[in-house]
Design a protein around this ligand. Structure first.
Ligand SMILES: Cc1ncc(COP(=O)(O)O)c(C=O)c1O
Length: 499
């Protein structure tokens, strides 16, 4: 194909990276790129489809399909019997070579689109914070003891799939159209009843906002209740994803030590009395596994009431308790409406589900529903509907009974083998609840090094120090929940060898 100046404009012929795209798309894209970067100016006459096919070594139908697409999009004009031209209605001044960071102003060779700029984008203050706090990628499937992986065999997929199929087949307005941003009433009602019966939570369905994740809840809390630079008491060691969300939102997490009674409220009140929020995991502190004592719960509530601060209670795996009765949620003993309670189905069912919720003091319900709508509209109604029915038909309680048994057996096996094979400098943390146990090391052990070595052997056991801000806790986290007992035995022995 010839440019009006006489030089040749290669289309398909120049060396191309292997592409799975059909030939006609490739021809279409190259002519389009030629037009956009000025190599094929408006008014250029294209060879006939037959000539193009011969020159490019492709079939005439392929050329026709490409030209048809270009015509439909307004890049070329075709006149029957006369030929095909690059449309001369295109504004020439807007057609120019793309610039790449290294060669601003230079035309890319051969009319090929240049690579996208490698210059870092200019981001807002918030954008820079979001990228700087980094992210947490899911561990590759197959690594033993990895966090956030449920036991697949323990999932109630038969019941779930039956309900899901029914609702997909009988789709109607309640699953196809936009639900209220706070969630489907049927699910909010089901969650309220479950929380009342199982967790001693005092709330009505109207106080529940359905979200995609606890993570979304933490983001909304930061957006609605915190100003730039506001102090937040943060458990140290604590849940990394929560800290990242707070930092990204411009809040200032203040490390507050965790001891055998949970977060040290007296310490928090002395280092940051002005804090606007406390983020806590009272039922099963993440990652240490301790339970917040009743006296600390009362101290925390008294502090919040006196200071006007908020408590964000993240009850991420409270369904799994193997010994003793669970303490009532902090929300359940709050008399001053200072607690926002976060629960999730992503942990006890499966992480791809994306359904969680916040139980809110009444005055906050309106603002949170609005914030949910402003930030992502709503949680998919089909999945809300299926989950509601899954709870209402009793599958959820059957699932809970079942996984408590399965995870208890796995925990017992882990504790028994660990007790036999782990060296004395490795001490096990509390293990009455949840799907993981913290393994604490005595002084001097580099837990990141051990974690790295374990990873090379297929064990995903994060270093405890990676959850610390100032705390000097060292050790590993072992998420035994997803692993069959034989794997738990093998993995625990491997860990012991490393230690
Ligand atoms: C402390 C804590 N909170 C919350 C969650 C649940 O997160 P989400 O609902 O955001 O998936 C997890 C999951 O591992 C967690 O460890």
């Amino acid at each position: 194909l010839k440019h009006p100046s006489g030089h040749s404009v290669p289309l398909l012929r120049e060396p191309q990276p292997k592409s799975a795209r059909p030939l006609y798309i490739r021809l279409y894209q190259r002519i389009r790129a030629g037009v956009l970067n000025g190599a094929l100016p408006p008014g250029t006459r294209l060879p006939s489809a037959r000539t193009l096919a011969r020159e490019e070594g492709i079939s005439r139908n392929t050329v026709e399909a490409a030209l048809h697409q270009l015509q439909a999009e307004g890049f070329v004009v075709r006149k029957t019997g006369a030929g095909t031209w690059i449309s001369d209605e295109l504004p020439t001044r807007l057609l120019r070579p793309r610039r790449s960071s290294g060669e601003a102003g230079k035309a890319p060779r051969g009319g090929d689109p240049s690579p996208l700029s490698e210059k870092p984008p200019s981001l807002s203050t918030c954008g820079r914070r979001v990228t700087e706090v980094g992210g947490e990628e899911a561990e590759p499937v197959g690594l033993l003891f990895a966090p956030c992986v449920p036991g697949l065999a323990a999932l109630p997929l038969d019941g779930w799939n039956r309900i899901a199929t029914r609702h997909t087949r009988r789709a109607n307005a309640s699953t196809l159209f936009q639900p209220p941003p706070a969630g489907l009433p049927v699910l909010r009602e089901a969650v309220a009843q479950y929380l009342h019966m199982d967790r001693g939570i005092e709330c009505t369905a109207e106080q529940i906002i359905i979200l995609n994740s606890t993570q979304q809840g933490i983001n909304l809390v930061a957006r609605l209740l915190l100003n730039e630079g506001d102090a937040v008491w943060f458990e140290d060691p604590g849940y990394r994803s929560a800290r990242r969300a707070l930092v990204a939102a411009g809040a200032r997490p203040v490390p507050v030590p965790v001891d055998e009674e949970g977060i040290d409220v007296t310490h928090g009140a002395s280092v940051a009395p002005e804090a606007r929020l406390v983020y806590v995991t009272p039922s099963h502190q993440y990652p240490t596994g301790v339970t917040l004592s009743l006296s600390r719960r009362l101290e925390l509530l008294a502090w919040a009431e006196a200071s006007g601060g908020w408590i964000l209670e993240d009850d991420y795996d409270s369904e799994l308790r193997y010994e003793g009765r669970p303490l009532a949620a902090v929300q359940g003993i709050d008399r001053s409406e200072r607690v926002l309670y976060a629960g999730t189905f992503n942990k006890i069912l499966f992480p791809g589900l994306r359904v969680a919720y916040l139980v809110l003091p009444r005055p906050l319900v309106g603002p949170f529903a609005r914030a949910k709508e402003v930030t992502d509209g709503f949680t998919p109604p089909l999945v809300q509907r299926v989950l509601a029915e899954f709870i209402n038909e009793g599958h959820f309680s059957i699932h809970l009974r079942r996984v408590r048994e399965v995870y208890r057996e796995r925990r017992d096996r882990f504790l028994a083998v660990a007790g036999d094979v782990l060296p004395p400098h490795a001490r096990l943390g509390p293990s009455e609840a949840g799907m993981h146990v913290a393994l604490h090391f005595g002084g001097g052990v580099d837990d990141r090094d051990v974690s790295e070595k374990a990873r090379r052997r297929g064990l995903a056991v994060p270093a405890l120090s990676s959850y610390c801000i100032q705390s000097e806790a060292r050790g590993l986290l072992v998420h035994y929940g997803h692993a069959p007992v034989a794997d738990i035995e093998r993995g625990t022995r491997q860990l012991a060898e490393l230690l």
